[in-house]
Structures are given as C-alpha cells and as structure tokens.
Design a protein around this ligand. Structure first.
Ligand code: SF4
Length: 486
C-alpha cells in the first residue's frame, strides 16, 4: 500500500495512522459500500495512473457469481466505459481468485482496490484494467459514515427503482399491463429470432434442437446442442423403431459416449449400473466416433439435475413421441388443449398433458440414480420435473410454435400459445426476477404465471441492463404512465 496516498480528515491532523489501523481490520464490504454510494473524500477522483474518473452509474450490486457491480457506466480520462466493476482489498486478489482466466470478468472496466500490488489486473484477453486506489479517497469521516457497511449495502440494494415509485403513484393495474406488454414483446422476440433457423433445418430438427438446448440449460446447453446436431432426429428416428430397451441402449450409448460420460472408471462400477456402463461403452466404441469435437462437460449444480438424468429423460420423451412423429405429437398436445382454451381448468389440463409427455417409465433405473458411480439414492424421482418442463415451454416449445404459427398464418395456434403463456406457472424465481419485484415496489403479488415472470425478465433486460445508467434516465417509468395525469 502506498501510505503517502492515504487521505487525511481535514479536521484530523495526525489521524493517518488511526485510519490505517482501522482499514487493516476492514472487509471488502466497506469498499463496496463506498463504491455503491460514491462516498469518498473528494468528488475529484482519479485512477491510480492519474486519469480523471467520473462515475455516472456505479452499477448494480451483484451478490452472486461474477464481478461485484454490473452494468456500471464510468468516464475514465474522458472516455465512457460500460461494464463491470470488481472490488478487492488487495490488488493481487485478481490473480489469486483466478479472474484473469474467467470470461465472466472479461468486461470489468475498473478494478477498485484498497491495497496496491506490483501486478496490475489484466482481463482474459490481456487488456490492462484501470485501477482505482480506494485508499487514496478514504478519510476517517468516510469511515464514520460507513461504520456499518453491510447495512449501507443492504440500503443500496433495497432502494426501489424509479419505476417502483412511479408504479406506486399510478396503481397496480398500470404496472401489471406494462409487465404483460413486456412479456408479449419477449415471446415475439424469441420467436422472431428463430426464423433464420428454417434456412438450414426442417421443423422437426429445429424443435428437437431447441428442446435439447433448454434441457441442457444452463451449464450443459452447448453440449446438448452439439449432440442434437451430431445425431439429428432423422437418424435417431430409425433407432426409435426398435423395441424400447434396444432403442434406449443405442441412443443413450451415443449421447453418453459423445459427451464423455463413458470414460473408463478408476474402479469398475457395480451391479446394474456397471452392466449398463459396459454395454453402452462397447456400443459406443463399436461406432468409432471421435469425441474431440464436443465441448467438455463440466459437472455443476444439483446432483439430481445431472446431465445423465436429463439425457435419459430426453430419451423417454423422444421415444414416447416417436410413433406418430415428433412434431405431429407436439401438435396433437397443443390442438387437444386448444379445445380448452377458454376453460378455467386449462392450466391444470396443460400441466397434466406436459407431465405425461415428459414422464419416465416406472422401470427406468435412472429414476433412482444420479450417475454410474453414485450408489442408488434410495428414492426415485421423475427425470424431468415440472420446473424443467416450464423452462422447456418458455424457451423452446412456445417460441418455436409461435414462429411456426406465424410462418403458416395460423392465428388460432398463436392465440392458444398466448393463452398458455398466461396460464402456465412461472419457472423458479431467480436473482433477476427477485431484483425486479423489489425495484417495482409491488404492493400486491403478481399473478404466478409464466407471463408475469417473462415480463419482468424483459424489463430487466431492456431497461435495467441495457443503458448502463441505473434508474437515473430510464424510460421505463414513462411507459407506466405520466406522473402528472391519472
Ligand atoms: S433501471 Fe428502469 S426498470 Fe430498472 S429499476 Fe431502474 S427505473 Fe426500474
């Protein structure tokens, strides 16, 4: 640390040592809170290299993975920078935490540190990241204001958005209609982005790929798309004509093999899992296909969401739909629901039909397994649960059939899809939806529907994270209504 640069309180000659002692016991939350509220000893901020710094928006505090503040907007040496801000007590933490190799930190525009080190932070691509030496702008007075930094951070997080203040003024109906509108924009946008896929694939293969992608979402999406392309539906359709246990061996040995899930174990697997492992390995090796073209599958997340379980679940879905054809079976489900479009029990009927389409037979051993290696779990569960089905509906089935209906001018199918959007339950809440619910200062809960949730996500994407200006100049409050009129 450069002691000469530590600021002194104008009223506190000789307090520098006290300040240093105080800082030594502080945690990152102090610097985060100073950054969030922009509480420094002077408004004239500079980088450690002497370039003027002006903070137009400090960014949204991020408590999850990735940089501490996202979507910040900072002028450095007169140039405008949009991106993330990472905060550390020690500059060297950038490397010890592995951020230099992490793509999530690629767009960090400023590294805010309390203690300098010899080695400045560089992003993955080698870009040097400007450093803001927070110690140069701290005084004892700042520390008094920040005596409870965690509380100051909570306060920063808990502020409603300008949209929330406007919503409170205009009433819950106005915000509900703005959310519904945003949800329709999102659904339309998702469908329109699919149109180019028809240049290189047919209906069945596009839907097949989208379902694979959303079944792999998030950690496995790329790997799952790669196997949907490597083993296209028209090839698998031939295998699906086989009796179920043979079709299962043929298809799953391909998928597991291609995703490197049939690697030689250190110790042989026992029991049924071991037999299945050997059988699928032999089948896979007999195909003589390379695995190098596939992304390495990193195992993350909850064990019951293992890639193996999702793949086996997908097989059963595919097998169940295959006698009539993939697309035709999906259309059957939708047209059957169309008869209930205006009925109050559409939600229940839709969930039952979807759960049937993704159900796993009782005799499927993977209902009680997580991987080949893990011992039997002592319980069984559907391989594709309701939460995953809703994700598949939101990201694959509804966008696909909206695009399909638009291409054919099928207005009735479009209407049904929008109805499903309104009646289906939401996915599990996530940090973005919780953020929006909080910012919108909702006085009564939104309807628990896919539409509400998708609307919140669209507002978050279009307004909170697209302009890098926080609430300050956001246009979304104007869409809720003019504050001067009723
Ligand atoms: S940026 Fe806009 S939409 Fe997001 S919380 Fe602020 S006012 Fe609301």
């Amino acid at each position: 640390m450069n002691r000469e640069k530590i600021g002194t309180d104008s009223s506190g000659v000789g307090r520098k040592e006290d300040l240093l002692a105080e800082l030594a016991g502080q945690r990152e939350a102090l610097i985060q809170a100073c950054w969030a509220h922009q509480i420094w000893s002077t408004p004239k901020l500079t980088t450690a290299g002497g370039q003027p710094v002006q903070v137009l928006f400090p960014g949204w505090l991020n408590r999850g993975e990735g940089p501490d503040f996202k979507d910040a907007r900072v002028l450095i040496g007169g140039d405008e920078h949009f991106g993330s801000v990472e905060i550390h007590m020690n500059e060297g933490d950038w490397y010890s935490h592995g951020h230099h190799e992490d793509a999530a930190y690629e767009n960090v525009v400023l590294h805010v540190v309390l203690h300098r080190s010899e080695r400045a932070a560089r992003a993955q691509a080698g870009r040097l990241i400007p450093v803001f030496h927070a110690a140069s702008f701290l005084t004892e007075r700042v520390l008094v204001v920040m005596r409870d930094p965690e509380e100051m951070l909570k306060r920063y997080e808990s502020l409603p958005g300008r949209c929330g203040l406007r919503a409170a003024l205009k009433g819950p109906e106005r915000i509900a209609s703005a959310i519904a509108h945003a949800a329709e924009v999102r659904a339309r946008g998702k469908a329109e982005r699919l149109f180019p896929l028809w240049d290189s694939a047919d209906d069945d293969q596009i839907l097949f790929r989208l379902i694979f992608q959303s079944m792999g979402y998030r950690p496995y999406a790329d790997s799952f798309v790669s196997i949907a392309q490597r083993f296209p539906l028209r090839e698998l359709a031939l295998l699906m004509d086989l009796e179920r246990s043979r079709a299962r061996d043929e298809v799953l040995s391909r998928w597991f093999g291609a995703l490197n899930l049939l690697k030689e174990p250190d110790t042989p697997y026992d029991g049924d899992a071991g037999e299945e492992y050997s059988r699928w390995s032999e089948l896979w090796q007999s195909l003589h296909l390379p695995v190098d073209d596939f992304p390495i599958l990193k195992r993350v997340g909850r064990p019951w969401n293992s890639p193996e379980r999702r793949l086996v679940g997908l097989f059963h879905h595919l097998y169940q739909m295959s006698p009539k054809g993939w697309l035709a079976s999906w259309l059957d489900i939708l047209y059957e629901l169309d008869g209930l479009r205006d009925e109050s029990h559409l939600r229940k009927a839709a969930l039952q039909a979807l759960e049937r389409a993704f159900s796993t037979p009782e005799d499927e051993p993977w209902r009680g397994r997580i991987s080949f290696r893990s011992p039997p779990a002592g319980k069984t569960a559907q391989l594709i649960g309701r939460g995953r089905i809703i994700i598949v509906m939101a990201n694959a089935v509804i966008p696909f059939f909206l695009a399909y209906a638009r291409r054919r001018g099928d207005k009735e199918l479009e209407k049904l899809l929008y109805r499903l959007f309104i009646v289906l339950p939401p996915e599990a809440p996530n940090s973005k939806t919780r953020f929006m619910e909080h910012r919108l200062l909702l006085t009564k809960p939104l309807p628990a529907t896919l539409r509400s949730q998708q609307g919140l996500l669209q507002i978050y994407q279009d307004f909170c994270t697209s302009f890098y200006e926080g609430c300050h100049a956001c246009h979304f409050p104007d869409l809720i209504g003019d504050p001067r009129t009723h």
